[in-house]
Design a protein. Structure first.
Length: 360
C-alpha cells in the first residue's frame, strides 16, 4: 500500500478545509480525506473502509492525539486508546525547527479558534518540552498571544530530533518566537535543504539498517517490482493498476540485456529505493572524446524512507560506477523537488538540448 500525504493547498481532489488541516492523502492513487472534528476525533472519507489500519496509522503519525475515527455516514470506524492531552505553557517549549512557512501559517489560522485547537506532540528533555511537530501552530499561538497550547507525549519520536534541537539552539532558537518567518518558496528551499544535508550525512543507525548494492539479473523480480512501484507512485495510479504487457516485457528485457546499472536500497530483504544509470554511446566530440555518456532515471525512495540520504547514496554509487566506465557526462530530468539534491551532487542546469517527440 502506497500512502502519500498532500502538503499543497490547491489540490482540487480535496476539500479546502481538509487541505488546510493537512488531512489529505493519496492511497494507491485514491484520495482519502481526514476531516478533524475536534481534539480527539476525525471523519474519514474513502472509497473502501475494509482495509484502513495502515492508513489510520499513517494519519496518526502526524496527529497522534486523534483516537476516534468515523466513516462518512457517521458510523464509528475505529477507536484507539485515548492519549492524555494536557495544557502546556508556550514558554516551556523548545522548537526543533527554526523556520515557519507564511503560507502554512495563513492556512492554519483559518480554522484555529483558540488554544484548545492547537495540539502538538512533545518530548520531555532537560526540564523542558521539545516540539516534535506542529511548529506552524505554535507560532500562530505566539502571534495571537496565547500563553499555552495543548500537548501530548510522543513515544515514537525519531532519534534525530535532539540533533535538530541542538542545531536550533546553535542558531539562537530557544523559544517559539525565535523562529524565522519565511515565504513558502524560501521555506521550501531552506528547510528542505537543511533536512537533505542532515540526512545525507546519514546516521549510524540508518547505515546499519540499509544495504546498498548493484543489481544483477538474479534480482530481476526485485528490479521489476521497484520499477512498477515507482511508476504507480509517480503517476498516482492505484495499486491494482495493470500495466501494458508490452511495457512490462520491454522493461524486463532492458534490465536483462540493456547497457545499464541499477542500485537497490534494501532493508531486511525489501527494496525501499532504486536508481538506474542508462549508458549511451554517442559520436565523440572535443569535449567528450570517448562518446560515453549516461542518463540517470528511475530514482525512487519509498515515502517513509525519504530525507534520510538514501537517494543521494544511490546516485553517488552510480556516479562512481560511471567514472569507472569512462563516462564523461551524466544527464537527467529533474523535478523541482529533486533539483536541490542533484545540485548538491554536482549537477548543473543545461539549455543545450532540444527534443522532438516521434511517438504516433
Amino acid at each position: 500500500m502506497e500512502i502519500q500525504r498532500i502538503n499543497e493547498y490547491g489540490d482540487e481532489r480535496f476539500d479546502p478545509e481538509v487541505l488546510r488541516q493537512h488531512g489529505a492523502f493519496l492511497v494507491d492513487g485514491h484520495p482519502c480525506s481526514f476531516q478533524i472534528l475536534d481534539g480527539h476525533s476525525a471523519k474519514v472519507f474513502y472509497h473502501d473502509y475494509s482495509d484502513m489500519e495502515e492508513i489510520l496509522d499513517t494519519f496518526r503519525f502526524y496527529a497522534g492525539h486523534i483516537h476516534r475515527f468515523y466513516r462518512a455516514d457517521g458510523g464509528l470506524l475505529k477507536e484507539y486508546e485515548e492519549v492524555e492531552v494536557f495544557d502546556l505553557p508556550i514558554g516551556q517549549i523548545q522548537p526543533s525547527q527554526f523556520y515557519v512557512d507564511q503560507e502554512k501559517l495563513q492556512a492554519v489560522g483559518s480554522f484555529i479558534q483558540g488554544p484548545k485547537d492547537i495540539v502538538i506532540p512533545v518530548l520531555e528533555h532537560e526540564g523542558r518540552y521539545v516540539s516534535a511537530d506542529g511548529h506552524t501552530r505554535l507560532y500562530l499561538a505566539f502571534q495571537r498571544g496565547y500563553d499555552h497550547v495543548r500537548a501530548f507525549l510522543d513515544k515514537d519520536v525519531g532519534s534525530y530530533l535532539l540533533e535538530f534541537v541542538k542545531e536550533a539552539q546553535n542558531r539562537g532558537v530557544y523559544h517559539v518566537e525565535d523562529m524565522e518567518k519565511l515565504s513558502h518558496e524560501e521555506y521550501d528551499v531552506k528547510w528542505n535543504q537543511f533536512c537533505d544535508d542532515f540526512f545525507d550525512r546519514g546516521s549510524e543507525e540508518t547505515q546499519v539498517m540499509i544495504e546498498y548494492r548493484i543489481a544483477t539479473n538474479e534480482d530481476m523480480e526485485l528490479l521489476m517490482g521497484s520499477r512498477m512501484e515507482m511508476l504507480r507512485v509517480v503517476n498516482q495510479l492505484p495499486k491494482a493498476y495493470e500495466f501494458d504487457a508490452g511495457l512490462e516485457r520491454e522493461s524486463r528485457d532492458y534490465f536483462a540485456a540493456g547497457d545499464q546499472t541499477t542500485v537497490l536500497a534494501m532493508e531486511q530483504g525489501v527494496v525501499i529505493g532504486c536508481a538506474t544509470l542508462c549508458y549511451i554511446r554517442m559520436m565523440p566530440t572535443f569535449s567528450h572524446p570517448t562518446g560515453k555518456r549516461a542518463h540517470l532515471m528511475n530514482v525512487y525512495t519509498r515515502e517513509q524512507y525519504r530525507r534520510q540520504g538514501i537517494a543521494a547514496r544511490m546516485v553517488e554509487m552510480l556516479i562512481q560506477e560511471a567514472r569507472g566506465r569512462g563516462v564523461t557526462e551524466i544527464s537527467l530530468d529533474a523535478t523541482e523537488s529533486g533539483r536541490p539534491l542533484y545540485e548538491r551532487l554536482g549537477f548543473t542546469a543545461s539549455q543545450e538540448c532540444m527534443v522532438i517527440n516521434l511517438r504516433t
